[in-house]
Design a protein around this ligand. Structure first.
Ligand SMILES: O=c1ccn([C@@H]2O[C@H](COP(=O)(O)OP(=O)(O)O[C@H]3O[C@H](CO)[C@H](O)[C@H](O)[C@H]3O)[C@@H](O)[C@H]2O)c(=O)[nH]1
Length: 245
């Protein structure tokens, strides 16, 4: 397969590229390196640096890279807190980037996309575990933009035959077994990299937030999935789209 990975230099994207290449697939990456890292790009992937909101750039990549079977979309801003203080940044990057990308995909006859969505599309769960049929009522701009992106896929699917899978996962963690790539954000806000800064001597201590969770001291509860498991889930979703017409 030939797979275009949007955001393939980011945390989950770069791990997915590693899994795809290990499985012998051809990989093309688009990433603007706003939050991704050039060093996280697998040396065997074809890399194009640019922004999804730039239609001429996206068209030029798709003109050159013929034969793309499917797209995996990780290219988005993803900080919940920032999305509340700067909502329009999230509308602009997450929604406008996806809109331009979809225009170009439709024009180039690419009809499959696997989407890195989020559990934040559900908002406050009424019960756990959350079922995918549960009500979606995001409580932050980040989750709202991801839900809107899903809806774009749905309506573009009705009009132009696009087929998609959205994976609404919660927190990812871990690093590639080779140690070549891992998780890093700048500034770092994510819990696990922050914890690791303590034994690495980069930080004195960290605080675990939360006072009213059902834990001994009320600190927060999160579910985690290993990033390599998540990467493989994206590949299984691509295969599902390839095999089921
Ligand atoms: O110093 C810290 C930093 C974080 N936390 C807590 O640790 C948990 C995890 O926080 P992260 O910042 O690592 O991740 P988030 O849960 O905020 O965000 C993750 O889940 C979101 C969905 O809710 C989005 O998908 C987002 O992209 C993804 O990183 C939270 O309860 C947070 O409050 C601390 O206790 N101390």
């Amino acid at each position: 397969m030939k797979i275009l990975v949007l955001g393939g230099a980011g945390y989950i994207g770069s791990h997915t590229v590693y899994e795809l290449i290990d499985a012998g697939e051809d990989v093309v990456i688009i990433d603007n390196l706003e939050t991704g890292y050039k060093e996280a790009v697998h040396p065997k992937a074809k890399f194009y640096q640019g922004d999804l909101r730039d239609r001429a750039f996206v068209d030029s990549v798709l003109d050159q890279e013929t034969g793309i079977d499917a797209v995996i979309h990780f290219a988005a801003n993803s900080l919940v807190g920032e999305s509340m203080t700067d909502p329009l940044k999230y509308y602009d990057n997450n929604l406008c980037g996806t809109k331009t990308m979809l225009e170009s995909m439709v024009a180039h006859g690419i009809d499959k996309i696997v989407f890195s969505s989020t559990a934040a599309t559900y908002g406050e769960p009424e019960k756990t575990p959350i079922l995918e049929t549960d009500r979606t009522e995001p409580t932050n701009t980040y989750g709202e933009t991801k839900l809107s992106m899903e809806k774009m896929f749905k309506w573009v699917g009705r009009a132009h035959g696009l087929r998609f899978v959205s994976l609404r996962y919660f927190n990812a963690c871990g690093a590639h077994k080779s140690g070549e790539i891992g998780e890093a954000h700048n500034p770092e806000t994510h819990l696990i990299p922050l914890i690791l800064q303590v034994p690495n001597g980069k930080r004195e201590a960290i605080s675990i937030f939360g006072t009213d969770y059902p834990t001994k001291d009320g600190t927060c509860v999160r579910d985690y999935i290993h990033v390599t498991d998540l990467a493989q889930a994206h590949i299984l979703a691509v295969k599902y789209l390839m095999e089921r017409k």
